[in-house]
Design a protein around this ligand. Structure first.
Ligand code: SF4
Length: 424
């Protein structure tokens, strides 16, 4: 990408017909996103209203992290709740009271719905409203669904952020809103670039603390940092804010396209833009040259998992010289992925949803050098001799922006190196 002025994204895979499959799928539920959301929102607590299975999922997704005071937990629905023999609302109120009296550091409480709470139709929005009245203004109580019936693992972040939009105050100030939970170190890198560009009024959703909660309005332009935030984007647009259309900031090309779209929206002139980005952009290019040597000429197959698949395929093809065979995603949100799809040269199959057996057959037949998939599929495929990359790692690791471009490519070289070592 050389001349970045006034880009109109068209062509590429934008008009490629999407293979839509609706069969058995192998994806974690939205509760998983609590793992990165609780790290980002430092005064929030996520109370899952669910079963022991939900508690186990959270614990195993959190790995061996030991917290003196954890900021997520599960209010377990027992048999009697599920059979309708107890008033689950009363029990929930008691749990919340215990929690908040013990933990004055909690300023935002999210009641997170699960499969069991959904099956017994426990109305968590009513609970959140009731508890908000009791604990306002010290604690804000909201609810959203992380249930496996409704959400895949990254959609948990979308439902969480979308639940916050209705409570945001209104403002007429011209401002930029970054939407999506970035690791603090990456967010700080972007904020530094915006400051150098002269874009001063920059807010984030989610904010690190309740006191920094952004306001929104018709003079707000927002840029998504993740492609799985469709409901949040729609809710913000519903409040009159404007979404900046751009590729997602992965790799040098994606980051430059994303920053350029934002700079154009704020009327930053081309010379200033080039001056600010030239050094970090050159660093990213250099890191990629080195990191992509092993990837160049190799093939990749994506199973649907994180919804990052389309921008990652764009990165691996255009910036690392790989060939994508199939790019599978749980949902292909064409409006949000417009720029990334347009930047992918025609060739790969773009698929949405999953019929896992059929997709496994296609993958085995194609024998890709790297298969990006969920944890459930990785082990069996490794056993069959394929090199796999866990999609979930790409959500837990800082991968956005110029400074992480080389690391992002390195994440994909590791499975190749591991297989080479096994062959020796
Ligand atoms: Fe399992 Fe549903 Fe609980 Fe997720 S929300 S852990 S899918 S029971």
């Amino acid at each position: 990408m050389n001349d970045l002025s006034n880009i109109e994204y068209s062509g590429g895979c934008l008009d490629t017909p999407i293979l839509k499959q609706r069969g058995q799928r192998e994806v974690f539920c939205g509760l998983t996103s609590i793992i990165w959301l609780h790290r980002k929102m430092q005064d929030a607590f996520f109370l899952v209203v669910g079963s022991r299975t939900c508690a186990h999922l959270l614990q195993s997704a959190a790995g061996v992290m030991i917290f003196a005071e954890p900021r997520f937990g599960t209010a377990i629905l027992e048999e009697k709740d599920l059979a309708g023999m107890a008033d689950a609302h009363e029990e929930l109120d008691r749990e919340v009271e215990k929690l908040l009296s013990r933990r004055p550091d909690i300023k935002q409480l999210f009641l997170v719905g699960s499969c069991p709470s959904e099956v017994i139709k426990l109305d968590l929005s009513r609970a959140a409203e009731r508890l908000s009245k009791i604990y306002a203004p010290a604690v804000r109580v909201l609810n959203y669904s992380g249930s496996g019936i409704e959400t895949t693992f990254t959609q948990g972040e979308d439902t969480c952020l979308a639940s916050m939009v209705p409570i945001l105050q209104k403002t007429d100030h011209r401002q930029l809103l970054l939407v999506g939970a970035l690791p603090d170190v990456v967010e700080d890198q972007f904020l530094a670039i915006f400051s150098q560009l002269g874009i001063q009024n920059v807010k984030t959703l989610p904010s690190r603390n309740k006191s920094e909660t952004p306001s929104i309005g018709t003079n707000t332009s927002f840029a998504l940092v993740q492609p799985f935030l469709g409901d949040t984007a729609e809710a913000l647009e519903g409040c009159g804010s404007k979404r900046i259309d751009a590729p997602f900031p992965f790799g040098e090309e994606g980051t430059t396209g994303w920053l350029k779209a934002i700079a154009d929206d704020f009327g930053i002139d081309k010379a200033k833009f080039e001056e600010v980005i030239s050094a970090p952009r050159a660093r990213a290019k250099k890191a990629l040259q080195q990191a992509s040597i092993k990837l160049s000429g190799k093939s990749v197959f994506f199973f649907p998992d994180s919804q990052l698949e389309v921008p990652l395929a764009r990165f691996l093809i255009n910036e690392c010289g790989m060939r994508a065979i199939e790019v599978g995603s749980p949902y292909v949100h064409k409006a949000l992925l417009r720029a990334d799809l347009a930047l992918i040269p025609p060739g790969p199959t773009i698929s949405e949803g999953q019929d896992v057996e059929l997709q496994l057959d296609r993958c085995r037949k194609a024998k890709p050098d790297i298969t990006v998939c969920g944890l459930g599929l990785a082990n069996p495929l490794e056993g069959e001799g394929l090199s796999t990359k866990w999609a979930i790692e790409l959500v837990f690791t800082p991968v956005h922006g110029y400074e992480q471009a080389g690391d992002l490519a390195s994440l994909f070289t590791r499975p190749l190196k591991r297989r080479e070592a096994l062959k020796l």
